[in-house]
Design a protein around this ligand. Structure first.
Ligand code: CAA
Ligand code: NAI
Length: 703
């Protein structure tokens, strides 16, 4: 029988080895195993010291996240750590890989911590909407003081072994090759009397100077007002660390436990843990298992504008060589200069050294106005104007010069990837790679699969996403793919809501209050009011006569209010103020447009605005699923989380819909349909799910 926790005897030292792949998470069997092996070692007179370590690639990477939200199974981790604390024999943690969350709390419950040089420790619970609930908020300040503990636990950042030693979180960095070797050597010294038995719970030196003072906590709370808007657990973390300073240890632990429970019960925990798992599932695409990947060493980018330059930078920073093609020498010089400028900014931000930037520019990057320069590359991403004829001409050139097996990708936002593929002699090599602006920053990459795209080309698209540090999402072909298609629908609703009676500023405020970083009108001002205008003109020819159309944004465009770049859009930007001020001129335009249509303004509450916005998003998302444009609800969640600012702590629109209840969402849609039946045709999938009493989660699956 394979045991998840085993005890190995090395003379008078007992090594308790946690062996629960892939990351030695602290599931029920591990907690029980730890408790039992510990009792065995403590009760054995021949044992003088106890070592805790992880098998295979890591120490313990934390609680088993899959258990959260389910009924707790004893023993709890805090109880196991109490048993460790009570041990009369020294316990040493030997860390390698990552010691995270509950895993690091186990280490803190030991008397000593030794780590291999490449180990990392951390308390990342905040990223999952919880707090370290097994003594982490109480023991960490006892080792490093309140201010550093706040920094570490509120950021959730990993701390490298050398830094952890400097801070005092661990006791030794070992040059040994294995944690067993490092741990046994340290334990030997402990047994030989080099280190007295020391429990972290009894340490006071680091917190004495914090006691009775509230400044550090006041400061942390003030900062959270700005950095953790809408979030729950960071505030509880500050409360817990303050309790560590002000209360006796056992009372502090009780307080930590209460605060942990509050976090565990919050919907934010469910949303954030959903986000954790879906971003790991999204790359496991049904039907792709076993598809080979083509090698990628060198790439081409056609078009050196906003997107082309950003894509080139992203590729260069991942170690690919890049050839940029532009339509003439002047445009090429501009494209090359943009890349140079973005790389300079990376140097300034410390992401790149001056030398490596110089090396990249000299050795990995070049430009040309001749397509022949692409004859050796393995992949080309086209980012020229959003115009089918221009793109078709580019694809014909690429088809003529690229070597067999090279991938032809388009960064189009809306155009038909199948039509582009049909114009080449190799439609199986054509794919959409839809980057988001700024392309060197944004994490999302929609991988748009055409009717004839070969599975290995799709698999290579996912491999490229990973190499660029991005999250690839599989999408099918339609106008706008997953993200922009859904955006187009909920974006219309905000125009309707303004015409119905809300001010643009109320809409923005309500959407921000939901958790989006910016309101849709702020986004419009940032992107340019002219971009929305062009999109609407593109759709003029195909717009259904039954569709409601709001002219307000057109009036802004006609008045030259292009957004931030022209100093005025939905907001007024005077003296370079990028936040923008409300503008009565815009409010008057809105009033005038309502008057022309005889619309009597009705006030909309923030909740009404949010519900309508979300209902439109979810309904269109259900249609995208139903049509197979997205294969799984989780693909939509990841798209909205990484490309459109959907608040992570709400898990994504599909998770949010499940949490609200699909019956309620459908009831809202049917209510809105009474006013505008054309815009609010419920997705068949949504109706079916409600009838069957199922949710979106039931449709998630991975390969
Ligand atoms: N519980 C359950 N499963 C976990 C897990 C955990 N804590 N951590 C990782 N996994 C799973 C992943 O889902 C993944 O599963 P699949 O292969 O089925 O997709 C697998 O382990 C490997 O994970 P990664 O793909 O992420 O591997 P990686 O090498 O890139 O990263 C890692 C490893 C750094 C440990 C990363 O997985 C990670 O950050 N995990 C979460 C760590 C964490 O947040 N721990 C705190 C938990 S909360 C806690 O401990 C509360 C408490 O106080 C008691
Ligand atoms: P842009 O106008 O900034 O850049 C286009 C570049 O293509 C220009 O530098 C132009 O000189 C060059 N070009 C035009 N015709 C060419 C040809 N025949 N051969 C070589 N180069 C040519 O446009 P932007 O914003 O970079 O958009 C490019 C593509 O990316 C479009 O398809 C757009 O829909 C898509 N996209 C844009 C996003 C954005 O936010 N701007 C986001 C995601 C996709």
């Amino acid at each position: 029988m394979s045991e998840v926790v085993r005890l190995e005897r090395h003379g008078d030292i007992a090594a308790i080895v946690v062996d629960n792949p892939p990351v030695n998470a602290l599931g029920q069997a591990v907690r029980q195993g730890l408790s039992e092996r510990l009792a065995e070692a403590v009760g054995d007179d021949a044992i003088h010291a106890i070592l805790i370590l992880g098998a295979d690639r890591t120490f313990i990477a934390g609680a088993d996240i899959r258990e959260f939200g389910k009924p707790p199974q004893p023993p709890s981790l805090p109880d196991v750590i109490v048993e460790m604390d009570a041990s009369p024999k020294p316990i040493i943690a030997a860390l390698h890989g990552t010691a995270l969350g509950g895993g690091f709390e186990v280490a803190l419950g030991c008397h000593y911590r030794v780590a291999l040089a490449d180990a990392k420790v951390g308390l990342p619970e905040v990223k999952l909407g919880i707090l370290p609930g097994a003594g982490g908020t109480q023991r960490t300040p006892r080792l490093i003081g309140a201010a550093k503990a706040l920094q570490m636990i509120l950021s959730g950042d990993f701390v490298a072994a050398d830094k952890a030693l400097e801070l005092g979180l661990i006791d030794q960095v070992s040059g040994a090759k294995t944690p067993m070797e490092a741990g046994l050597a340290f334990a030997r010294q402990v047994v030989d009397g080099a280190y007295p038995l020391r429990r972290v719970r009894d340490l006071e030196d680091e917190i004495l100077s914090d006691r009775g003072k509230t400044e550090v906590f006041d400061e942390a709370r003030a900062k959270l007002q700005k950095t953790a808007r809408g979030l729950f657990s960071p505030h509880k973390i500050v409360d817990a660390i303050q309790a560590a300073i002000e209360l006796p240890f056992d009372d502090g632990i009780t307080r930590e436990r209460e605060l942990f429970r509050e976090c565990l019960d919050s919907p934010q925990r469910a949303g954030l843990i959903h986000a954790f798992f879906v971003e790991r599932q999204v790359g496991k695409v049904p039907g792709l298992k076993g598809a080979a990947r083509r090698p990628l060493m060198s790439a081409g980018v056609v078009g050196g504008g906003t997107m082309g330059a950003g894509i080139a930078v992203s590729m260069l920073l991942s170690g690919l060589t890049v050839m940029m093609i532009e339509r003439d020498e002047e445009s090429l010089a501009r494209g090359l200069a943009t890349v140079d400028k973005i790389l300079d900014a990376s140097v300034k931000r410390g992401k790149l050294t001056e030398d490596s930037k110089a090396a990249v520019m000299a050795e990995s990057f070049a430009g040309s106005v001749e397509y022949g320069a692409l004859s050796d590359v393995e992949i080309v991403v086209e980012a020229v104007f959003e115009d089918m004829e221009v793109k078709k001409a580019v694809f014909a050139e690429l088809d003529a010069v690229l070597k067999p097996g090279a991938i032809l990708a388009t960064n189009t936002s809306y155009l038909d990837v199948n039509a582009l593929a049909a114009g080449t002699s190799r439609p199986e090599d054509v794919i959409g790679l839809h980057f988001f602006s700024p392309a060197h920053v944004m994490k999302l990459l929609e991988i748009v699969v055409g009717d004839q795209t070969a599975p290995e080309v799709v698999a290579t698209g996912f491999a490229l996403a990973k190499r660029l540090g991005k999250i690839g999402v599989r999408a099918g072909v339609c106008d706008g793919f997953i993200g922009n298609r859904i955006l187009a629908t909920y974006r219309k609703q905000i125009d309707y809501m303004v015409e119905d009676g809300a001010s643009p500023y109320e809409v923005d405020e309500a959407i921000r209050a939901f958790g989006f970083p910016m309101g849709p009108f702020q986004v419009s001002d940032l992107a340019g009011v002219d971009i929305g205008w062009m999109t609407r003109r593109r759709l003029d020819a195909t717009r259904d006569p039954r569709e409601r159309y709001v002219e307000v944004a057109d009036r802004l465009y006609e008045a030259g209010r292009m957004g931030q770049k022209s100093g005025a859009g939905w907001y007024l930007y005077s003296d370079g103020d990028r936040r923008g001020a409300k503008d009565p001129v815009v409010e008057n335009i809105v009033i005038e447009e309502r008057r022309k249509k005889g619309i009597e303004a009705k006030a909309l509450s923030p909740e009404q605005i949010q519900r309508r916005y979300l209902a439109a998003m979810i309904n269109e998302a259900a249609k995208v699923l139903e049509e197979g444009i997205a294969l799984r609800p989780l693909d939509i969640d990841v798209t909205l989380l990484y490309g459109y600012g959907f608040p992570r702590w709400r898990g994504g629109p599909m998770k949010y819909a499940d949490m609200v209840g699909l019956d309620q969402i459908l009831a809202d849609i049917r209510g809105y349909a009474e006013e505008d039946a054309f815009a609010w045709q419920p997705a068949k999938l949504l109706v079916d799910l409600v009838e069957r009493g199922e949710n979106f989660e039931s449709l998630n699956q991975s390969a």
